[in-house]
Design a protein around this ligand. Structure first.
Ligand SMILES: [Zn+2]
Length: 445
């Protein structure tokens, strides 16, 4: 791999000291950052990039999404979660094919790269096709095949088949692809199925990616059926014996936060979806204070609008400040750390997420020529409150450019756009046979 030298960059390192460097250089060899600031005199660059007028920072990790749901962007609006799922999403998903998932995910990959995302945790169906997109796009990915394990049988694919998928893809693409098991949630899987899944995950040495406590109805249902809150239910079935990526984590009692911390789980807040569907607020400051790793995700494009981690980081900061009526509730670069290194760690890419020697060269360049990025007194504030995905000019993963001078190097965007348009129209007109129901209000417990 070529040695790459970035020069004259403003660097938001997000390192342990939170250093910000002006007019600095970054050296990259073999996919790893080897020097920042002072570059050794003997460093031989094969490629030198003039980063004048750019911010260099770690790329984002989208820690919870359903990439192929780009096909349903704008398809289910202004509905509460139960009706959003039961009337719009579950029915249309019943017509999805493996090829649809491939093209929907390809669109998501293009969008994520353009928005400065370097890795994503995907939780969906036909995940072997998502793995193909991860291979081709150059992104890092943590893939979980969504499972509904219920009394009447497993839906989507069976646990043995899915375990074969996780084993086959764990560590693929030179380590860029990792896997987890993906039981949908505690309200769509039986405790017995969760326990079986946890046992397989432990045996395989993989984690579990699951939706957790996104509505009060779920918590009520668990209390009525099992006399346990949701985290207790997962704990009782061995889920926290492996690393857990818990999407949403909104309706938690204090003791549940402590259980998550003890289990080394990650809570993934999806702030835009939480606001758009009127969910509530993930208690991020309390989770962090209790020692829970907190990352950020977009969730699917049907519930968030866009797969944009600038937006999620900004909303993560704003939603805490707004709900606590406290401007200090999410200070400094904290929201950016949740969106980068905390997600990287949760997805199994702990070497990513900081611009520092020895860290993976997963970085982005932000073009600061637009009016909204003048002046830049505080780089973290400029990125968090002023920059957007449209300002990303370059994206590198493992030392390889995926986006260079705003040109996408690994994906054929025009073909992807055409395929997605055609497939989205077919899906919207397809006959419906929903295979799932989400509990409404408390009335259908
Ligand atoms: Zn989700």
């Amino acid at each position: 791999m070529p040695n790459i030298l970035l020069q004259h960059a403003d660097v938001l390192t997000l390192d342990t000291e939170g250093r910000v460097l002006r007019d600095a250089a970054v050296a990259i060899s073999d996919g790893t950052i080897t020097a920042v600031g002072e570059i050794p005199a003997d460093f031989q660059a094969d490629e030198t990039v003039d980063a004048t007028g750019h911010i260099v920072m770690p790329g984002f990790f989208n820690a919870h999404t359903h990439s192929a749901m780009t096909l349903f962007r704008g398809y289910a609006e202004d509905l509460p979660l139960d009706r959003w799922l039961n009337e719009r999403i579950f029915p249309v998903e019943s017509a999805l094919t493996a090829d649809d998932v491939y093209w929907g995910t390809s669109l998501a990959a293009a969008e994520m790269i353009r928005g400065g995302t370097v890795g994503f945790a995907d939780h969906y169906f036909h995940m072997d096709r998502v793995a193909q997109v991860a291979m081709d796009s150059g992104l890092r990915a943590n893939l979980a095949w969504c499972m509904f394990g219920r009394e009447e049988g497993e839906i989507g694919a069976d646990l043995a088949e899915i375990a074969a998928f996780t084993e086959q893809w764990q560590g693929a693409a030179g380590g860029r692809i990792r896997t987890m098991l993906g039981p949908h949630s505690a309200h769509t899987c039986t405790p017995q199925f969760l326990a079986r899944t946890a046992a397989v995950a432990a045996r395989q040495g993989v984690g579990i990616h699951i939706h957790l406590a996104e509505s009060e109805a779920e918590v009520e249902r668990s209390l009525v059926l099992y006399d346990l809150r949701l985290v207790e239910l997962l704990e009782a079935n061995g889920v926290f014996e492996v690393p857990v990526l818990a999407a949403h984590a909104i309706h938690l009692a204090p003791f549940e936060r402590a259980m998550m911390a003890a289990g080394g789980a990650t809570a993934v807040q999806c702030p835009t979806t939480h606001m758009k569907l009127g969910y509530g607020v993930t208690p991020v400051p309390a989770l962090l204070a209790d020692g829970v790793n907190v990352a950020l995700g977009t969730d699917g494009a049907a519930s968030t609008g866009r797969l944009d981690m600038f937006q999620e980081a900004r909303h993560a900061a704003l939603i805490q400040k707004f709900s606590a009526r406290d401007a200090t509730a999410m200070p400094g670069d904290l929201a950016l750390r949740l969106a980068t290194q905390n997600g990287a760690r949760a997805l199994g890419f702990g070497a990513s997420g900081a611009i520092a020697p020895g860290r993976a060269a997963d970085l982005i360049m932000i073009d600061c020529s637009a009016p909204h990025l003048q002046p830049r007194h505080d780089l973290a504030a400029s990125v968090l409150y002023a920059a957007g995905s449209q300002d990303v000019s370059d994206v590198m993963v493992a030392g390889k450019w995926l986006l260079r001078k705003r040109e996408l190097l690994t994906l054929d965007e025009e073909r992807i756009r055409n395929e997605v348009q055609r497939r989205a129209e077919r899906l919207a007109a397809a006959p419906r046979c929903p295979v799932n129901r989400y509990p409404a209000g408390g009335s259908t417990l």
